[in-house]
Write a protein that binds this ligand. Structure first.
Ligand code: N01
Length: 536
């Protein structure tokens, strides 16, 4: 691909959906734009997360960019495509929009410093190159910093050990192996399903049972594809108005409008449709009302338990008492996760009862003194999410402030797009955006449109610097926190709030007012001439 320039108008960090979307539109506007990508290929999360079973949890209609000329000629073969097909989609985007000539792969940004005199960012790469740019746009996603717990002896294991988010590009053959999977979030669930059908033995180390929903996977034949295409334009428009950026949303009815039998039938229908439908077409009240939340959990628990033969496993995987409120953590989507525990080659260890004491050269030793031997250990232990992708880079703004210092104790932003002390620096699908609570392409398009229009506006007005006002940032951050407090997010220890990483400040990291409300705020801000920002 390209050799590195020394100066550009806009430098984008990351060649996932956001980076490609911004590159396409900014280049069309005549700007000199480059993308630096740490990975050896484009696709962002789908470059790094190529572990067995990895597939997206947004459906085919929603998991694509709305760029004209792209969607018309692309069809997925499955409703929930796997990582290989997603990479084909990215290659198709690259070919169709001719993006590669402005993308530098294997180019990790490690530092950036704002030059106040020039209103420019000076960006450094791991290989020692330096590039100056007027605008710096972080498109690093919410999951670009894997989290590996400090388990004693990790480095002593003589078999194969990988984090799901850093999976080797050449793959790992699970066939006939003894596999340990540590972690039962979306990544763990997917690996377990795959390993259960391929591996000799699968041992799942679970700390908190996940509340996984049925994926409702299906193939897309020509007829199904034609139907999706017919509704695609309408879908792109509608998804920006819903709570979670998908093409479906909550019922307007209250749980109390239904008799218990009707409620059950209603949920059975939602559950049979699969995906996030049971979460997002159900009652909005599950996010705030304990009784509504308890009821949905009980429905889920009883439905899942009916699929598991062993009573001990029923209680471990779908406990009588809910481990955390339904929807306070992102539910993984599963295809046969609960069924595979009926197989003789799949077993579970509850680390709350029998903790991992250390990793040994041969496997995993647990508190009961047993050494479990494995060929492969999969660390499905998640990410230093949302803020981590940026705080791991030495980004230094005005007055010597680094983004790490600023966000580590208390994350504050204006509109989830910029933050004080960091002029001309944008970020999308990250801190204080709808991020984790939204379908990716919906949120990043809304945010990227704001960034693109803002840069265009500045050029048209002859401006060189944009910076959020302190009081605007305080107001927006308060809104994020007030909205967050109305939900149940803090009642679960998850990456939504930073609670999954020991020592990380627990705080609201997502805008939880819904994508529709967020999109309106961005549009109004643009229409008002970027109220709350200082432009010069
Ligand atoms: O990470 P997670 P993930 N000992 O943080 C456990 C997206 N994604 O990679 O719950 C034992 O959800 C931890 O336990 P606990 C998706 O949005 C999408 O699975 O903290 N266990 C938990 O079970 C998803 O939500 C896709 O008690 C330990 C697990 O590790 C997000 O990424 C695919 C532990 C981490 O779960 C993150 O999902 C994959 C320890 N010391 C991911 N430390 C698709 O779209 C942590 N755990 C398909």
């Amino acid at each position: 691909m390209s050799t590195l320039p020394t100066k550009v108008d806009i430098l984008i960090v990351g060649a996932g959906f956001s980076g490609l979307y911004q590159l396409h539109y900014l280049r069309k506007l005549g700007f000199n734009v480059k993308v630096f990508e740490a990975g050896g290929g484009i696709g962002g999360t789908w470059y790094w997360n190529c572990y067995p079973g990895a597939r997206v949890d947004s459906d085919a209609t929603n998991y694509q960019l709305s760029i004209d000329g792209l969607w018309q000629n692309w069809s997925y073969s499955e409703y929930f495509p796997n990582w290989k097909e997603l990479r084909e989609y990215f290659a198709y985007i690259d070919r169709t929009l001719d993006l590669g000539r402005d993308i530098s792969l294997n180019t990790r940004v490690v530092a950036a410093e704002f030059d106040e005199a020039a209103d420019e960012w000076v960006v450094k790469t791991e290989k020692g190159d330096t590039v100056r740019c007027q605008f710096l746009s972080f498109c690093t996603g919410f999951a670009s910093k894997p989290y590996t717990p400090k388990i004693q002896g990790l480095e002593t294991f003589c078999g194969i050990i990988h984090h799901t988010g850093l999976w080797p590009q050449e793959g790992v053959d699970l066939r006939d192996k003894r596999v340990a999977v540590i972690g039962t979030g979306a990544s763990g669930v997917q690996v377990v399903q795959e390993a259960a059908s391929l591996s000799r033995q699968v041992t799942v180390f679970q700390r908190t049972p996940c509340i996984a929903l049925p994926m409702g996977q299906r193939g897309l034949d020509a007829d199904a594809t034609r139907k999706l295409k017919e509704g695609q334009l309408e879908a792109f428009d509608y998804r920006k108005k819903t709570f979670a950026g998908h093409t479906y949303s909550f019922t307007d009815r209250l749980p109390s409008d239904f008799s218990p039998d009707e409620r059950k039938k209603f949920y059975e229908q939602l559950y049979s449709r699969g995906g996030f439908v049971p979460l997002l077409c159900g009652f909005r009240e599950v996010f705030a009302d304990d009784a509504a939340n308890d009821w949905v959990y009980a429905f889920w628990r009883d439905t899942v338990r009916a699929r598991i033969n062993d009573p001990w496993l029923q209680e471990k995987l779908a406990p009588a008492v809910k481990p955390h409120p339904y929807a306070a953590k992102r539910p993984p989507l599963e295809q046969n996760y609960y069924d595979v525990f009926n197989q003789s080659n799949v077993s579970l260890i509850d680390v709350n009862e029998n903790d991992i004491t250390r990793i040994t050269p041969k496997g995993v030793q647990t508190a009961d003194g047993v050494e479990h031997e494995f060929d492969i250990i999969v660390l499905a232990t998640g990410f230093d999410a949302i803020t981590g992708g940026m705080t791991q880079i030495n980004i230094r703004g005005t007055e010597g402030v680094t983004i790490f210092d600023k966000w580590t104790t208390f994350a504050s932003t204006y509109l989830g797009l910029m933050t004080t002390n960091f002029p001309n620096m944008f970020f999308v699908y990250a801190t204080h955006g709808p991020t984790a609570l939204s379908n990716g392409p919906t949120a990043l398009e809304i945010q990227s449109d704001w960034v693109i229009h803002c840069i265009q506006y500045m050029r048209d007005q002859g401006l060189s610097r944009i910076h959020p006002k302190k009081e605007a940032e305080e107001r927006y951050t308060k809104l994020v926190n007030d909205l967050g407090d109305k939900g149940m997010w803090l009642k679960a220890k998850s990456w939504y709030t930073g609670a999954n990483v020991p020592g990380k400040t627990i705080q609201h990291l997502n805008f939880s007012g819904g994508v529709g409300m967020y999109a309106d705020m961005c549009r109004e801000n643009e229409a008002n001439g970027y109220e709350g920002f200082e432009l010069s």
